[in-house]
Design a protein around this ligand. Structure first.
Ligand code: ADP
Ligand code: F6P
Length: 324
């Protein structure tokens, strides 16, 4: 028979993402509504090892659904990558009576969760990252807010780029994945989109595109460059030298991670957080919540981490067709 969970811990780990607060709130309230105690662990695995743990009640998460960032703070913790750190983490959970844990974060954070599950702490992962780079799920909490923030910023750069008839390279986040770049590339009508999954580093193609588009009467040339390719500033210098067109680089950076979560991130955060609490209450462990083909589902963490994700090929082709 499944072990009954009495106290659920919740932490956020890795890069913060808008929508983490709705997810935390949902874990807390779903668990409390079923008579389960909840403890918040501050600063991810680092805070777990430092025992920054506090009991949460329904009011602890009042007025948080619209807030960006994470009220539990987050961190990266190299100590937790070691066996000693993981043993200590599991011991600390036991010491605080935490027999179920929700880890909100990305793939790295799920690897930590996997280790705690292997040490007898029932653990569920919730996908929280702006990067959309978790293979088992079609959606990760934070992506929608981040792409909308980036889209608004790129619209503004486009205004000034058109006024000066310039080429603008705008670098967006995404770690090694090109989802933010692809979505913004379509939403902002970019002339070129550089995706780490496909980029061949042939700048001559870019230079030819810029020259040809100018001949076709385009007043600006917007290049969305993904962080995984990077080097936007030096790329701008080389393009300016080769085309004779004034070229500027803008690196959007961490502004993409902030701000009040969109409706989508509040709802997905709430649904995924609540589902994580339900899975723990049902005695499940070593699972990750996902949204796949229009449904909320859960996968074994080991299976989820072994899955591969590819950019949607048709979307890439449509984006290219829009660039003429
Ligand atoms: P994300 O969760 O967004 O992918 P990171 O890759 O930075 O972010 O991982 C967040 C944290 O998860 C790390 O700082 C570390 O504490 C933990 N972590 C990452 N990889 C592992 C691993 N292989 N084993 C145990 N813990 C890990
Ligand atoms: O994973 C989210 C993310 O914002 C990535 O897009 C980016 O590569 C990374 O985190 C930046 O991390 P940091 O906040 O440590 O600079």
């Amino acid at each position: 028979m499944a072990k009954k969970v009495e106290t659920i811990g919740v932490l956020t780990s890795g890069g913060d993402a808008p929508g983490m607060n709705p997810a935390i709130r949902a874990v807390v309230r779903k668990a409390l509504s079923q008579g389960i105690r909840v403890k918040g662990i501050y600063q991810g695995y680092k805070g777990l090892l430092n025992e920054e743990i506090e009991e949460l009640n329904a009011r602890s998460v009042s007025d948080t659904i619209s807030k960006g960032g994470t009220i539990l703070y987050t961190a990266r913790c190299s100590e937790f990558r070691t066996k000693e750190g993981q043993d200590e983490g599991a011991e600390i959970c036991r010491k605080h009576g935490i027999d179920g844990l929700v880890v909100i974060g990305g793939d790295g954070s799920f690897k930590g969760a996997q280790q705690l599950a292997a040490r007898g702490i029932n653990t569920i992962g919730v996908p929280g990252t702006i990067d959309l780079d978790i293979a088992c799920t079609d959606y990760t909490i934070g992506f929608d807010t981040a792409v909308n923030t980036a889209m608004d910023a790129i619209d503004k750069v486009r205004d000034t780029s058109t006024s000066h008839e310039r080429c603008s390279i705008i670098e967006v986040m995404g770690r090694n994945a090109g989802y933010i770049a692809l979505w913004c590339g379509i939403a902002n009508g970019a002339e070129d989109i550089l995706l780490p999954e496909q980029y061949d580093y042939d700048e001559q193609i870019l230079i030819n595109n810029i020259i040809n588009n100018r001949k076709r009467g385009k007043k600006h040339h917007i290049i969305i460059n993904a962080e995984g390719i990077g080097h936007s500033t030096s790329m701008a210098r080389r393009i300016e030298a080769a085309t004779g067109l004034e070229t500027r680089a803008t690196i959007l950076g961490h502004l993409q991670r902030g701000g009040s979560p969109t409706c989508r991130d509040r709802v997905y955060g709430s649904m995924m957080g609540a589902m994580a609490a339900d899975l723990l209450i049902a005695g499940k462990t070593n699972r990750v919540v996902a949204y796949k083909n229009g449904e909320y589902v859960d996968y074994d963490i080991d299976e989820a981490l072994a899955m591969q994700k590819e950019l949607p090929e048709y979307m890439v082709r449509v984006a290219k067709a829009m660039q003429i």
